[in-house]
Design a protein around this ligand. Sequence first.
Ligand code: PLP
Length: 774
Amino acid sequence: MTNLPTDVKQPLSLIYLDANATTQVLPQAAAAALATMETFFGNPSSSHITGLQAQQIMAKTRQQAKQIVGAGEGEIIFTSGATEGIQTAILSALIAAKKTLDITAIKSKKYCLLYGATEHKAVPESLKHWNEILDINAEVTAIPVDKMGRLDMDFIAKQVPNALMICTMAVNNETGVYQDLNLLDKTIRANNANIAWMVDCVQALGKQDLNLAQTSIDYAPFSGHKLYAPKGIGFIYIKDNAPFTPVIAGGGQEGGLRSGTENLPGLAALSVIFDMLMGESEHSFTPVKSLHLFHQQIVATLIQAFPNIVFNHSFENSVPTTINFAIPGFSSKEMMDLFDAANVRVSSGSACSSKVTRSFVLDAMGLPSWQSESAIRMSFGPAMTQELVDQTCERIVSAAQALQQSCLTIDTNAMDSKVITDNKALEGLVQFKVGGSCSWLYVDHKTKSAFVIDPLPEVAERLQTMLTCHGLKLVAVIDSHGHADHVSCRASIAKTCLAEQKTDALGWPDNTPTTNINGNEYQYLTLGDKWLLKVATPGHTEDSISLLLCEPVTDSSDKLVVLYAFCGDLILMNSLGRTNFDTSSAPAMFTSLQLLNTLIGTESLICPSHDYNNEFTTSIGAEISRNSLLHKVINDEINSNFFSIQKYTMDKGIIDESGSVIMCGALIGAGDKVSVREYDSASLTEAMKKSSTIKLIDIREAHEYALQHDEKFTYNVPLTRLVQFVQEHQDDKQVPLVLICRSGSRSHLAAQALGRLGFEQVGHLTGGYAFHQY
Ligand code: PLP
């Protein structure tokens, strides 16, 4: 991060709302930690004065911890954090339980280890780990939760007699939902008086009063970095007489319960935080009553900014410092990008599957799938201030306005006037991607008309919002074929946005004019000064068509000038559409490929219905350089029979059974990796000194760009408009380009796509804005 550019606009200050993940170390805590590194750096095991000073810091912190959690006669052992505390609890409980196991009961799988379904992953993973290592072979069983995230007490009552351990949490890290510890205590003990019970108290510290010794909780792990102390320090409460086995043996520190030289800087910082919690510091935390008011203010602003917001938990049984919500129509990733651009740090669902980010906590609560995939968590701690809350609210409002200005949401209050300002003008092609599938919107700005191709249900709402917000008239909504892998939402869009239009089964309007090209008649639609030509290209399915956006044909012998070929699943990036459906025909595909080639040539851009590898667009020219089968078809090197045999073999490679996704074409190899130039801030500054023609392009979406960008990045080409950019620069591929995005991943994808399509000097800024200050 050296040599950062200096001629940049005043950056928006950072608002950090991800306290449940970790917190900034408070200056007074950092100062205490520093003092133990520079001055009171002794080893608490040493008996000289420097060692005694260290011991004193440790003893004070332990005393404070005991008081804050109400440890009574229980022990406090310092650890590296909560994950270590969780190991300590589980190992101790399971080693003790193992001594009492009955061999026949083990064999009949009688025993179980219980944990709450919304527990932090550290809990079930550690249970599984030690269950296996200690050869206990118990069932590791999740306790279900209800819609409000509360543990199922009946389930516990039924299962706990056979359990060797039960692990629950005080406050959930994703939702802030808290459990009724008294009720849990009663339920557990009424059914199993001796079972070891661990309560993960990480997210409760500083947000809830704890009185652990008055409960039957055996173990309670805590973590410093969730409450303004540094990472690497935590502690665990152990009830008097609870079984204990050290996880770490060695020099006998912590009375032999946890060896290893103590983390004195961490302890000193923790002590400062404890002073604040106990009101024994000149610095104070915000009282819980005010935290509730902050919560109310942020929630009210969110509702005002995003009127259709849905909250993912009940505030009735949640701490006020966590707000988890979803905005219909926006994925977690999109909202994260939006808030990051507004310089507000929030987080999304915690688990990552191959396709989408989703939250296993919200899944366990039985929330609808979209809420889990769109979850956003805002979390703060007791150091939150009124000033920061006010700034947060302003930032939420400007983020919502940025979405409205790029027509991704509609300001319902301003609906009557429907002001379409010039900066909202939309012209040309927009690509929407959902997983590996694509929908396309093409807009003619002059006539304010548009058509949509292959509309996916997931983008229906967004498409309709854009059409309304831009004041566009929909001319047609057409599917390139009957899709096998997903349901089209063509009919519903047509119903809301098209007046009584009579069409064929794919949505092509009746009674369109025809034109003659090379002796063949083709139907076409007019959109501004362009035509959309319909060409039957069966093969993948019998009904497959290609739609060619082209210049009007004035003479049947003219070469067709095609801007975009929407060819469905005929040619896919690094693949051909599969031909092993009931209505498929490989010989028909052979003919369709040759026909398409004569109509569009090798350079026109192909916009297929799938993009499995994030390549955005392609051309016959780009494909024949890596797809030898297509190369042979186009160059007349094989006949239809040979093609069909090859195609049969290729399609056998498609694995349908991979979840619910049906691949529409077998990928040929892994896709070629185009090497692109990687810049950091220093090398970019250097390159710009050498060349005045470098074009700096921010490829984030328009609303992200509007919220904040580096002034040097004068061009904004969102990924959804990349294909249009390629089309506009077909004759200008020598221009040096450097792309930037939030983290460097979108810019890398886009740079690779451009490189593959013949752009000669394309690079991107590694790490994106995350490593390149505004
Ligand atoms: N338990 C909960 C509820 C947490 O939120 C976390 C941290 O995310 C942990 C355990 C793990 O804590 P640590 O990072 O101190 O190991």
